[in-house]
Design a protein around this ligand. Structure first.
Ligand SMILES: Cc1cc2nc3c(=O)[nH]c(=O)nc-3n(C[C@H](O)[C@H](O)[C@H](O)COP(=O)(O)OP(=O)(O)OC[C@H]3O[C@@H](n4cnc5c(N)ncnc54)[C@H](O)[C@@H]3O)c2cc1C
Length: 295
């Protein structure tokens, strides 16, 4: 049973932040509620006050910012809104692809990207793409605003660098250039993903060499993380060489992930699956240079 709580409906981020300051640990921010209400029903969190962020205007916008050449997504944008957004489809189709695989229709229609990132459940998808794409997370609190890279934002399982009275207002994804392509490979047999691998490759204009690679893995570590050991094996090499040596490249996953045994499988299984998905992700990203799609 859900215990009774008082619902506050602030009109601004500053008011939301003030309410959190006033009620302290008795209060929590509430977006779609798909995680929050579950943990409250389980009695894992007990809030006497919920601060509804949905009443704050303009926190759910999705726009292309030509000045910074980035996709700006309001924290209150739902997974469905992002998946169906023509702006996302035009500028960052890979994000729409990832959102398509998230949860079920009921959760997607109310669950928000901000809630997904703030809850920091290790078995999640958008955070892994955000880390690979070097997205920035905008936070606003009583002492002003600040931007953190997605990598800095995620601290551990269910743990982020967000201060208790800070509201995440926006996620900013730099748009891929003309010689950048990406792929996201996901696997799962429960409701939540067991594994997610995001690969973003930038090639030289002739598409022969890898100039820069960014590979991130989610679900197997406590937080989504770059696989820098894998990236170091790819950068500077020719695409042909990378594709020829995928087995060798994926072996470095051994020292790079720290999975735990859980309902999704043993640590050994997850490590082996990560190698498979790293290989598939690199192959899929390379294949995208043969088509017109830009990410
Ligand atoms: C059945 C099921 C299947 C799922 N499958 C997937 C999946 O396949 N992939 C995946 O990635 N996710 C999956 N999820 C997770 C889902 O994406 C999240 O539940 C959803 O995005 C959370 O958003 P919300 O708006 O409901 O957050 P809420 O539940 O409202 O909030 C979650 C937490 O974040 C805080 N919070 C929310 N918004 C903000 C903000 N703007 N600023 C500061 N704090 C904030 C809240 O205080 C709370 O602690 C699944 C969830 C369910 C229930």
């Amino acid at each position: 049973m859900l215990r009774p709580f008082e619902l506050h409906q602030p009109a601004s981020v500053a008011e939301a932040s003030r309410l959190r300051g006033r009620y302290g640990d008795d209060a929590g921010f509430y977006a779609g509620g798909t995680e929050l209400l579950l943990v409250m029903k389980e009695g894992l969190l007990r809030y006497a006050h919920l601060i509804d962020l949905k009443t704050i205007p303009a926190l759910d916008g999705i726009a292309h910012d030509a000045g910074s050449n980035a996709l700006r997504i309001g924290a209150l944008a739902t997974h469905t809104a992002i998946e169906r957004s023509p702006v996302v489809e035009r500028h960052f189709p890979l994000l729409a692809e990832v959102e398509q695989t998230v949860a079920n229709v009921r959760v997607k229609n109310v669950g928000t990207i901000g809630g997904n990132l703030c809850f920091a459940e290790p078995h999640a998808d958008p955070g892994t793409l955000c880390v690979a794409c070097e997205a920035a997370v905008r936070l606003e609190g009583p002492s002003g605003g600040r931007d953190l890279s997605a990598d800095e934002f995620f601290v551990g399982a269910y743990e982020t660098a967000r201060g208790a009275d800070e509201v995440v207002t926006e996620v900013r994804l730099p748009l891929p250039g003309p010689h950048t392509r990406g792929a996201y490979m996901k696997f799962g047999f429960h409701e939540r993903p067991t594994l997610g691998v995001a690969v973003v490759l930038t090639l030289d204009p002739g598409h022969a060499h890898v100039v820069e690679s960014r590979v991130a893995v989610g679900c197997v570590n406590p937080r989504p993380a770059r696989l820098r050991e894998v990236e170091a094996k790819i950068d500077g090499r020719t695409v042909a060489e990378v594709l020829r040596t995928l087995d060798e490249i994926s072996q470095v996953v051994d020292g790079a992930v720290t999975p735990a045994d859980d309902l999704h499988g043993s640590a050994e299984y997850k490590t082996e699956m990560t190698k498979v998905f790293v290989r598939r992700g690199i192959r899929a990203a390379c294949a995208r240079f043969n088509g017109r799609r830009t990410s």
